[in-house]
Design a protein around this ligand. Structure first.
Ligand SMILES: Cc1ncc(COP(=O)(O)O)c(C=O)c1O
Length: 403
């Protein structure tokens, strides 16, 4: 795009939109497979997937066919009526995650709001004092008041006080501090990610995860796993909790659930879901026909064994290559993640590298200031991954040389 046209888009963005986002200076016009194209037809490798959303890439034939069919039929009827698309998606969640019931929302933060309400209902079955929720430093659960209060990042909450009360935020992976606080008389639930996404791709240790399970059971607290970023295959299994071999009471989902359409979900064990009676929660748009038709395709695709076969080969390739690079380049402090949820921690801020990658036709992002995050579509080929890693390696080498 010529610089005059781009500047005019940047000016209009500044004039007409809330300035709450730091946007990269590019406007994408279309996508195909794992590639994005800007308004001038310039090609970019997409190693971000709309922040872990477009997990089937762009133009997935089955997804498009299903959506076109649904578009011709109807988009929305409201939750005052039965909805076969919701039921089909919920049935698949029961099969892929665990048997239970689903409440559909429109986003991750709303899924967590529903989870917080479920947790409070659970506490009330014991006493009015059992309403507090434990969450962890470095976590991200969303931007609405409940999810924001649960989020373990002060920057996100600053200036919005008073916050919703009832949350205790503890150091992540710190068993002693958790055990010293967890008390069944006060706490109704633990809400946590098993691999912190916005927090810099930080996994829970196995020991910590099993202490959470045992303690929640012992103190009659719900264990709610936020799988908004890690769920739907991103980490190499349908859900991150399946790496830990644990049984949550509930999980929250969004991002890739409808492969690019807005959809969130709280999926809970049947007895837990029963705590929310008719009228206790609702959403006008939540679980609309179109988004749920997309979710059905996503859930069927990730149930295919061949899906993870391709993905694990690409993942192994990326992690091997990064491990070799880490031995050589001092700028790389750590490599973390699973599947196609990859974090490269640098010894310095990563934003300049994100900009340099974009200029070279590679879309990545940086979280937690120093962690480059790679989250390509789960359908990405090894050939495209090699192309992306070639660019990234070159940039890291240059950046390393300037240390
Ligand atoms: C783990 C986690 N939970 C919740 C959210 C909030 O989701 P949304 O932006 O759809 O509200 C996010 C978004 O990044 C997330 O990564």
């Amino acid at each position: 795009m010529n610089s005059k046209k781009l500047q005019s888009i940047i000016n209009d963005d500044g004039a007409y939109l809330f300035q709450t986002y730091t946007r990269q200076p590019v406007s994408f016009a279309r996508g195909e497979g794992s590639y994005l194209y800007d308004q001038d037809g310039r090609r970019y490798i997409d190693f971000l997937s709309g922040i872990a959303v477009n997990l089937l890439g762009y133009g997935h034939p089955r997804l498009l066919k299903t959506l076109h069919k649904q578009l011709d039929v109807m988009l929305h009827t409201s939750n005052l009526f039965l909805n076969s698309e919701q039921i089909a998606a919920a049935k698949l969640l029961s099969k892929t995650a665990f048997p239970g019931r689903t409440f559909f929302s429109n986003s991750g933060t709303e899924a967590n709001e529903a989870a917080i309400k479920l947790a409070r209902r659970h506490g009330r079955t014991v006493s009015n004092e059992k309403f507090r929720i434990i969450s962890f430093e470095g976590s991200f659960h969303g931007r609405t008041f409940g999810a924001m209060a649960a989020t373990g990042n002060e920057k996100i909450k600053k200036g919005f006080e008073p916050l919703m009360e009832g949350f205790t935020i503890l150091p992540y992976n710190d068993i002693d501090s958790f055990l010293s606080v967890a008390d069944g008389a006060k706490y109704c639930a633990v809400l946590t990610e098993l691999i912190q996404g916005e927090g810099g791709i930080r996994p829970a240790t196995r020991e910590f995860a099993s202490v959470l399970v045992e303690t929640c059971k012992k103190h009659n607290m719900l264990l709610i796993i936020d799988e908004v970023q890690t769920g739907l295959g991103r980490t190499g299994k349908p859900f991150a909790f399946q790496h830990y071999n644990l049984k949550p009471d509930a999980i929250t989902l969004a991002k890739g659930l409808a492969a690019g359409l807005p959809l969130g979900a709280l999926h809970a064990r049947t007895d837990r879901a029963g705590l929310m009676e008719k009228g206790s929660h609702a959403s006008t748009f939540g679980g609309n026909h179109l988004s749920c038709a997309a979710a059905r395709v996503v859930l069927e695709e990730i149930a295919k064994p061949s899906f993870f076969k391709n993905m694990s080969a690409v993942s192994a390739y990326i992690f091997d290559r990064l491990a070799t690079l880490k031995k050589e380049l001092a700028i790389i402090a750590d490599i973390r993640g699973k599947g196609l949820h990859v974090g490269i921690e640098l010894t310095r801020p990563g934003a300049p590298l994100v900009g340099a990658a974009l200029a070279r036709g590679l879309v990545i992002n940086c979280t937690s200031e120093r962690v480059l995050r790679l989250m390509p579509p789960l359908t990405v080929s090894r050939k495209t991954a090699r192309e992306a890693l070639d660019i990234l390696e070159e940039l890291l080498r240059v950046e390393n040389g300037t240390q």
